[in-house]
Design a protein around this ligand. Structure first.
Ligand SMILES: Nc1ncnc2c1ncn2[C@@H]1O[C@H](COP(=O)(O)OP(=O)(O)OP(=O)(O)O)[C@@H](O)[C@H]1O
Length: 846
């Protein structure tokens, strides 16, 4: 039972009492009212007894055994300090004092949490039971305090709950409070400790005590009339009922507690917070779950996107490869068109009258885009007018840009892997340098083919960098006196190589493999190297002192391309290691005096043009060649080749059955004939042993007519004005002299030219070449001209070299083959040669 105290809101006694009362329904003879009255009487008695013990006898008389809690005999308030505790009948107190005492008492009781009563209960007709309850509660409290005040004092009686709804305002009545203090003080309580024992056996709990009395009464009443043998059964029955009732109440109490706890969960902030946290966690879990689901969904979507991307990429790759194929096809078609235009193209350019020249009528009678007619003296042609057809004819007013626009496609062919050679041909002073390089004062508009070609080369290679990687490098050599010198050598050794070093060897197709090959990345780089080379050349010229016009500077620009996708060289896409394309600019001047030279030049150009067109012209070519032979002296041009040139020609190249020419035939679908085909030399192209035939390209050159006399060029100054230094012509004439001295001696013009180009010694032909050391470059390099030889040796004339002539003839007789490129190099000093991976520029020394 003790364990239920403080936990259960009901006492065991009350349960037993309830059971007994219910059971008592059967006990009709028990008078409940009298029993209650008796119980109430006992309680009053107990209360009165405690009061008497506590506060003593009031006014010399004890309280009656049966306490009457009326105002006049209660006498609660003690006005006097300590000894007078009861005021009999309130006589000594005023009515005011009386009510104040009562109020203060009730407030004190209220504050102590004890059952209280109304002031009116002290009056007649008041509820005395409430007063008794209050006194017994005070007694219980006093007992608890006397017991040490351990634990929490709890009034556990079955009295009505204390009503807190009524509050009394306790007035300052210290005597009453002191009285109460005295009442509950240790000292005061000690004095009545003996009385405590009287009711101690009824339990400390006042209510319990009352109930014990009640239970006792009930049990006594229940068993009083029972037989002894019935008592055990009745007691057992009572106990069973008590247990049943107890369990029932306990279950009810548990249910009530659960309900209370649920309600508390809602109202308790901490629990609410816990619930909130739990809710948050649940929400987070839900969010996590959702996020996982979303992530999974995204992964699936991502995978789908990747798959789709893969499909798209595959499509793009297919399209790209298709695009690449189309590009390659375009290139093939483009170059095929170029081929159809001719692997050897001839452009004719007419120089305008120069400032300061006397006004005269041009020899050009008519020209259009592809033809030109020259008015000539009847001496040369029967009707006084000779017409020629070329791939392109540029009049005197044609700009540099217009000229290059028709050259440009060939530059693109270089980057497609074709061998390209661009060179200028013509009498001295007709504009070769102007076309290839430009005038001395270069502007953006006036720059020539070389600059523009290089610019295009780098520009196109930049445009193609995503598909083709190009490496451009430069080699610069000088050919002089049967020796080769590397102009870009940095070791200062001034090393020279024999001419037989000029050969097309190695994978890079270098003509001089031992010479330095320097990478370049822009046109400026090339120009810088050319300047450097020209400086080296100038130093060499000073040291050598015997430099002649037969010194050639050759700049070769090597272009190596690599397809980024296939890793192959673009040239392999076409056509057997590349194909040669040649463009010849044939230059003429408009002066009537030069009409003979102009006709000769154009006839030669026409011949070259005809050769390019191939076998269909064989018969016609034969006629032309016959005409040329009639006009000129066979072998005279052949003799114009120096031994050096012939040497280089033979050492550098192969015959007309050179693979490049064979491949050209392949690309053009077999229409193009080998150069050897010209003049009915078809057998030479079919890998048969090349035979010396009546006409080949060398024959063309060698059998081209000598320059006709230009009698009107009367003075040295005139010639110098009109023809500049005239080195090429000088060279030709000189070599002609070497081959046929009489021819030169009989030719006043040549004599004049020779004189013009040489020093004072007009009789010594060799001086024309030996002393003509003026540097003439394809590029505007601001170097001092090497006009004079410091040691005076420059003016020293040379005798004709019989060995050269001999060698020439030996070469001629031994050479069963020719090389057009070498011929171009030898005869046409302004030569730009692009060989697919090579871009060769030729300069010369005047
Ligand atoms: N198309 C042209 N328009 C204007 N001037 C020109 C043209 N062609 C040539 N000239 C001028 O004619 C002169 C001679 O030209 P250029 O030096 O180019 O001839 P060339 O053939 O190179 O002579 P050479 O063979 O003697 O070196 C130069 O002053 C040049 O500027």
């Amino acid at each position: 039972m003790t364990t239920t105290e403080g936990i259960l809101p009901f006492s065991v006694a009350s349960v037993v009492e309830g059971v007994l009362q219910q059971h008592g329904k059967r006990l009709s003879d028990i008078d409940l009212a009298s029993r209650k009255a008796e119980e109430a009487s006992l309680r009053r008695y107990e209360a009165a007894r405690w009061l008497r013990k506590t506060v003593g006898v009031v006014g010399g008389k004890d309280l009656p055994a049966e306490l009457s809690l009326r105002k006049k005999n209660l006498g609660l308030v003690v006005e006097a300090p300590s000894d007078s505790v009861i005021v009999p009948d309130g006589a000594a107190l005023s009515a005011y004092q009386y009510f104040e005492n009562v109020r203060n008492f009730l407030v004190a009781v209220e504050e102590m949490g004890l059952p209280t009563f109304e002031a009116s209960d002290l009056e007649q007709g008041g509820k005395s039971s409430r007063i008794v309850n209050c006194v017994l509660a005070l007694k219980s409290y006093d007992d608890w305090k006397r017991g040490g005040g351990n634990g929490l004092w709890k009034f556990g009686g079955n009295l009505k709950p204390i009503t807190f709804g009524k509050y009394f305002v306790r007035k300052n009545s210290e005597p009453f409070v002191s009285s109460l203090r005295n009442l509950t003080s240790e000292k005061s309580l000690d004095s009545i400790s003996s009385e405590q024992s009287l009711c101690g056996d009824l339990g400390n709990d006042l209510n319990e005590m009352g109930n014990s009395h009640s239970l006792h009464m009930l049990v006594c009443e229940l068993l009083s009339d029972k037989k002894p043998e019935e008592i055990p059964f009745i007691v057992e029955n009572m106990i069973g009922k008590v247990m049943e009732e107890f369990e029932h109440r306990l279950a009810g109490q548990n249910e009530q507690m659960r309900t209370t706890l649920r309600d508390e969960d809602v109202s308790d902030p901490n629990k609410a917070l816990s619930k909130s946290s739990f809710g948050d966690i649940e929400e987070l879990k839900h969010t996590l779950h959702t996020a996982k689901a979303d992530l999974h969904f995204l992964q699936i979507k991502y995978q789908e996107e990747v798959n789709n991307l893969g499909v798209h990429l595959h499509g793009l790759a297919y399209a790209a490869s298709g695009y690449q194929r189309v590009l390659e096809e375009n290139r093939k078609l483009y170059n095929h068109v170029q081929d159809l235009k001719g692997s050897i193209r001839v452009y004719c350019r007419v120089r305008p009258f120069l400032p300061g020249q006397p006004n005269s009528v041009s020899t050009v009678g008519h020209l259009d885009e592809g033809s030109i007619s020259i008015i000539t003296p009847l001496k040369y042609v029967k009707d006084g007018r000779k017409s020629f057809t070329f791939n392109k004819v540029f009049g005197p007013s044609a700009t540099q840009e217009e000229v290059f626009s028709d050259t440009q496609p060939l530059i693109r062919s270089v980057l497609d892997g074709y061998n390209v050679c661009i060179f200028a041909y013509g009498q001295t002073g007709t504009g070769k340098t102007h076309t290839m390089t430009g005038p001395k004062e270069l502007t953006q508009k006036s720059v020539g083919v070389n600059y523009r070609a290089l610019s295009d080369l780098f520009l196109i290679s930049e445009q193609r960098k995503n598909t083709i990687s190009y490496e451009v490098s430069v080699q610069m050599i000088e050919i002089y006196n049967e020796q080769i010198r590397d102009l870009l050598a940095t070791d200062g050794l001034n090393k020279r190589y024999p001419l037989d070093q000029i050969r097309n060897s190695g994978q890079k197709g270098l003509n001089v493999p031992d010479a330095n090959l320097i990478p370049v990345y822009s046109t400026d780089d090339v120009i810088y190297l050319m300047n450097l080379g020209q400086k080296n050349r100038a130093v060499g010229a000073t040291a050598m002192n015997d430099r002649s016009s037969r010194s050639h500077s050759c700049l070769t620009v090597h272009v190596q391309g690599r397809e980024l996708t296939s890793g192959t060289n673009p040239s392999r896409l076409y056509a057997s290691g590349g194909q040669a394309k040649t463009l010849m600019f044939v230059h003429i001047s408009p002066e009537p005096d030069a009409a003979g030279e102009t006709i000769s030049t154009l006839k030669f150009a026409d011949r070259v043009s005809t050769v390019e067109l191939g076998a269909a012209r064989v018969n016609k070519d034969g006629a032309d060649v016959k005409e040329l032979k009639e006009q000129g002296e066979p072998g005279s041009l052949h003799s114009a080749l120096s031994s050096t040139e012939i040497q280089s020609m033979n050492s550098a190249g192969t015959s007309l059955s050179h693979p490049s020419w064979q491949s050209s035939g392949d690309v053009s679908g077999g229409r193009r004939q080998q150069m050897g085909d010209v003049g009915n030399v078809r057998g030479a192209t079919l890998c048969q042993p090349p035979k010396r035939q009546s006409i080949d390209i060398q024959d063309l050159l060698m059998n081209s007519p000598p320059w006709p006399p230009v009698g009107s060029l009367a003075s040295k100054e005139d010639v110098r004005e009109a023809a500049g230094s005239g080195d090429w012509v000088d060279k030709v004439m000189l070599n002609r002299q070497a081959g046929n001295r009489q021819d030169c001696q009989d030719n006043d013009v040549n004599r004049n030219r020779y004189e013009t180009a040489t020093t004072d010694d007009s009789d010594d032909l060799e001086a024309a070449t030996s002393d003509s050391s003026e540097t003439d470059l394809l590029w505007p390099i601001n170097l001092p001209k090497v006009n004079s030889i410091p040691n005076g040796l420059g003016s020293k004339t040379k005798k004709p070299n019989p060995k050269q002539t001999k060698e020439l003839r030996i070469q001629e007789s031994n050479s069963s083959t020719t090389n057009t490129e070498a011929l171009q190099r030898s005869h046409f000093t302004h030569c730009t040669r692009l060989e697919g991976s090579q871009f060769l520029l030729m300069g010369r020394e005047k």
